[in-house]
Design a protein around this ligand. Structure first.
Ligand SMILES: [Mn+2]
Length: 385
């Protein structure tokens, strides 16, 4: 069996104050061509279909059209909710779409059936494990005590494995942060408070684990436990990453060969470094100037209207930094202080406050209760907005 592993589409994403929907439509066209040319038996999307719980209408249209195109090609699609998705909204149309070969898991539940796809070598069992914070897993499995992300994943996988016959070929589809993985700026932390990492070993029983969440394509603990990475570059620290999809070939004996296939975006995302004079010189930057660009402007002196001047060179200028600028304004320093504060987790901020009020640090148990509260609030925010 051959399937395409992709993840983190983030349809409806805002980047540089712009909706990326056109760029997403462009690259999804390529993805569909790849699925057709590679004669993929299925397409697997490992969560973060949309960028937020209630996505813009254009993003929903794009997803709807993409599913219709894949259904026309008679290519089954399997997808799960990620931490950016609203689990209940992802479940929309689930039972109806199954008849067209579209298999969806938004909300987590105990005793979920695997999706079974057949090829000439027999069945392949796909365990669809949507993103779920520990409180949701506790609800679904009737667990009273607090559990970590790692335990939550262990419970989900153990439950899913009950439905996979011994020795059968199997694929896990999950949205999680595997310990040892390399993160990027455009991923929202799974847990606002505590540790959100899980051990790769949970996925060892599977022939392949198709993961989502981390935006850089990478292996996680083993060659057959992988992140495909996001559909496009969604932050400047991803400028050097390759974006694309993984073609996974599953042999009759369950061994796997995978190949990462890059997809060319409509606009690249890149960082340009130089002085204003250099950047104005013809040929200094031979790459397309309509790329989505951050300029790291090396001039040490104040430049009037630097942003406007650079925008004349780079029409899609998304960001500007001044690493060598001597005259750091009070405003800029204030913004930095706020950024530092924003980088602190809710748990850390509350911990600081608690310590200031009581002269005692939070205990482990107190921190866990708080973490669950924060995660629950985050989930409610996703479902209701
Ligand atoms: Mn993501």
């Amino acid at each position: 069996m051959r399937f395409l592993h992709t993840a983190d589409w983030h349809l409806g994403k805002l980047f540089g104050q712009r909706y990326m929907t056109k760029d997403q439509r462009y690259v999804l066209e390529e993805l569909l061509s790849l699925a057709r040319e590679a004669k993929a038996d299925a397409v697997v999307i490992a969560g973060d279909i949309y960028d937020r719980g209630v996505p813009p209408a254009e993003a929903v249209d794009l997803m709807s059209e993409t599913l219709a195109r894949l259904a026309e090609m008679h290519t089954p699609v399997l997808y799960i909710a990620g931490n950016h998705d609203s689990a209940s909204r992802i479940d929309f149309g689930r039972s109806v779409m199954e008849r067209s070969g579209v298999f969806v898991r938004g909300r987590v539940a105990a005793g979920m059936e695997p999706v079974v796809l057949e090829d000439a070598d027999g069945p392949v069992y796909f365990s669809l494990l949507p993103f779920a914070a520990p409180p949701e897993v506790r609800d679904a499995f009737g667990i009273e005590r607090p559990i970590s992300y790692d335990e939550a994943m262990e419970i989900l996988v153990q439950d899913a494995r009950k439905k996979v016959p011994a020795g059968a070929r199997s694929v896990a589809v999950a949205h999680a942060f595997l310990a040892g993985g390399q993160s990027s700026e455009s991923e929202r932390p799974l847990s606002v408070g505590g540790s959100d990492q899980v051990r790769p070993v949970h996925f060892a029983p599977y022939s392949y684990a198709a993961l989502g969440h981390l935006h850089g394509p990478q292996r996680a603990g083993a060659e057959n436990i992988r992140y495909s990475g996001s559909l496009l570059k969604y932050s400047f620290d991803e400028a050097k990453q390759e974006k694309g999809a993984v073609i996974v070939d599953l042999a009759a004996d369950g061994t796997v060969v995978q190949e990462f296939v890059p997809l060319a975006p409509r606009h690249d995302v890149r960082i340009v470094t130089g002085t204003l004079e250099e950047l104005r010189t013809d040929g200094f930057d031979p790459l397309p100037h309509d790329d989505y660009v951050r300029v790291d402007l090396l001039d040490t002196d104040t430049i009037l209207n630097a942003y406007d001047k650079l925008q004349a060179i780079y029409p899609n200028l998304f960001a500007l930094t001044r690493p060598n600028w001597k005259a750091k304004s009070a405003d800029e320093l204030a913004v930095r202080g706020q950024e530092e504060l924003r980088k602190k987790s809710g748990l850390a901020l509350f911990g600081d406050f608690f310590e200031e009020m009581t002269d005692e640090a939070l205990t482990k148990e107190q921190a866990q209760v708080l973490t669950d509260c924060f995660d629950e609030l985050e989930r409610e925010g996703r479902e209701e907005t």
